[in-house]
Ligand binder design. Structure first.
Ligand code: FDM
Length: 201
C-alpha cells in the first residue's frame, strides 16, 4: 500500500525563541499519535558545507556576506534528495529553520534586498506549514548563551524580526504565529492539526 506523503513543517523565529524545544515536542507528539515524524535542522552542520557555515557562525572564520548566504542555501539544497525521499515514505519532517531564516538573517544586513536573498532558495520543497515562534528580542537576549555566536546581538535580532514580519505578509505561505504550539487532533491517526498557543501579536 502506498503511504501518504509526510508533511513538511517548519519552525522559524529569532534566536533563543525555543524552536528546537518545540520541534522536539512536536516530533514526540506526532510519534505518540502514530504518525512517523523526524526532526531536521538548518544549517545542518554535519556536512562539508555545514562545517564551513558552523565555523563562520562560531566566529572561527570570516566569509563574505553573499558567499555565506549562498552556502546556507546550498546546505538546504544538498539535503533536498533526503527530504523528498522521507516525505515520499510518509515521514513528516519537522524542520528547525529553513529558507525564511536564510532570507531574514541576510536581508537584515545592509545592502541586501529580500528579492536577492530569496532567489537561491527558489524551487525548494514548499512547507505545508510554517510556525513562527514569537518572542520579543529583549526577552530572547535574557535567555541562556545569548551572545555566543555571530548574529546574537539584540540590535541584529530586532532587524531580523522586522524582516520575518515582512515575510509573514506572504499569503502563499501557511504561516501560524504563536509563543508555543500544540497538537490538538489526530483524527483517525493520519492527520494532525497543530495550533498556536500563548500570546499572538
Ligand atoms: N541562519 C540560519 C542564517 O543566517 N541563514 C540561514 O539560512 C539559516 C538556516 O544561522 F543565527 C542563522 C540563524 C542563526 C544561525 O543558529 C543558526 P542555530 O542555533 O543553529 O539555529
Amino acid at each position: 500500500m502506498a503511504s501518504k506523503r509526510g508533511a513538511l513543517i517548519v519552525l522559524e523565529g529569532v534566536d533563543r525563541a525555543g524552536k528546537t524545544t518545540q520541534c522536539k515536542k512536536l516530533v514526540q507528539a506526532l510519534l505518540q499519535s502514530g504518525l512517523p515524524a523526524e526532526m531536521m535542522r538548518f544549517p545542518d552542520r554535519s556536512t562539508t558545507i555545514g562545517q564551513l557555515i558552523s565555523a563562520y557562525l562560531e566566529k572561527k572564520s570570516e566569509l563574505e556576506d553573499h558567499t555565506v548566504h549562498l552556502l546556507f542555501s546550498a546546505n538546504r539544497w544538498e539535503l533536498v534528495p533526503v527530504m523528498k525521499k522521507k516525505l515520499e515514505q510518509g515521514i513528516t519532517l519537522v524542520v528547525d529553520r529553513y529558507a525564511f531564516s536564510g532570507v531574514a538573517f541576510t536581508s537584515a544586513k545592509p545592502g541586501f534586498s529580500l528579492d536577492w536573498c530569496m532567489k537561491p532558495d527558489t524551487g525548494l520543497p514548499q512547507p505545508d506549514l510554517v510556525m513562527f515562534l514569537q518572542l520579543n528580542p529583549d526577552e530572547a537576549a535574557l535567555r541562556g548563551q545569548f551572545g555566543a555566536e555571530r548574529y546574537e546581538t539584540s540590535a541584529f535580532q530586532k532587524a531580523v524580526q522586522e524582516k520575518f514580519e515582512q515575510l509573514m505578509k506572504d499569503q502563499t505561505v501557511n504561516w501560524k504565529v504563536g509563543r508555543s504550539f500544540a497538537l490538538i487532533h489526530c483524527g483517525d491517526g493520519t492527520k494532525a492539526i497543530i495550533y498556536p498557543t500563548g500570546l499572538l501579536f
